[in-house]
Write a protein that binds this ligand. Sequence first.
Ligand code: DLL
Length: 446
Amino acid sequence: MIFNPNAETLAKDKLRALQTESLQNIIQYVYSNVEFYKSKYDALGIDISGIKSLEDLQKLPFTKKHDLRDNYPFGLFAVPQEKVARLHCSSGTTGKPTVVGYTKNDIELFSEVVARSLAAAGCKAGMKLQNAYGYGLFTGGLGLHYGAEKLGMNVIPISGGGTERQIMLLQDFQPEAIAATPSYLLSIIEEIERRNIDINTLNLKYAILGSEPWSESLRKRIETGLNVKATNIYGLSEIIGPGVAQESVDERGTGSYIWEDLFYPEIVDEKTGEPVAEGEYGVLVLTTLTKEAMPIIRYWTGDITNLTYEHSKSRTLVKMGPIVGRADDMMIIRGVNFFHTQIADVLEAYDFASANYQIELTRKSAMDIVKVSVEIEDAFLKSCDISKISDENKSSSEQLLQVRKTLEKKIKDCIGLSMEVCLCNIGDLPRSEGGKLNRIIDNRNI
Ligand code: DLL
């Protein structure tokens, strides 16, 4: 379903005209209301009256995470404190968090984009949503909550964690939809399976998953494990929270629509900052076109993805590919650029491999060593007459040796790096306890 057909199916020329007008307004607005932008543009000799078209945006500098930190907590706000209706923080940072603020209109905007996202995910008014994103400073919980209410859903605000309780409510309240990080939903599925609960006794149809990178094989695992259609939701606190982009339930696997009438996207080269050709990968840069409390111009998200303009079916808006990594968590191992999601891509081709993996980096005499731990499906072990992988059968079982060799060769061929593959049982690797899952352990002490 399309929540806001006016915006989501706007003719391309009208969309560009709307974006251009909003852009001119927002640049004027930040220049007049945020000292940070005024002094930055003045220092660079930028005359903002020269920003007339969407292409002119490239004349402006990027805003980066450190700009938010340097202006902690409220330095980038464009409105006085009494106009701020809510504060949130960005997750996963060490030290001081990144603070973002919303006026009442911004909260309305936040609800609108999440309502659009939930509708695209298959949700409808009257359905129940079990909201397993964390409530609090993190934008996931309250963001999904308000958007679901705007769509007319009945929200179950359970927040993240408490897997037993999650399962009890799935059984007792019979929600049609669940929102969670994909790694946490996998934890819930595994617990459901451990307890032999028949998924036909549940009423779930849709899962809205995001806040961390995930793969097609994890999608397959979740869709079959829960009998749902699982779609991607993308967003970040600096821009608004969840609901910057969303996959349509009928176009799964083909990218997520960016609500570009409100958030203008660019893809730039990570090193030069110059725009890349359509379809090429680079850093996603976003400009909020209408936000009031903390508008942000050319925000360097650090997320690596690509944009395609011409393949959209149901909507006229641009589609964003999956996030393949973050510019700042790209690892450079023995000179080769490497994102952990490339491991997910390799594993996807093999039925014996689950979607769960972990990467450990160590350093031996100035040389980086990468160990990839992969959980092997029980069904495969059964077919080899192995009940569990043990230290002993790792080196004695011909099938396990073959699996390890196959993966090591494929990784070398696809990524260009030799890595040691370590096979383990389903359940051996850490699970999400409600939030984002960290798949990389860096023991290099650098
Ligand atoms: O994670 C907002 C969110 C909540 C999105 C719930 C979706 C669902 P932050 O904590 O500020 O905000 O983290 C933002 O998370 O820059 C990406 O690196 C990553 N991220 C978010 N969604 C996705 C996704 C929320 N669908 C950072 N795929 C972003 C991959 C994602 N990475």
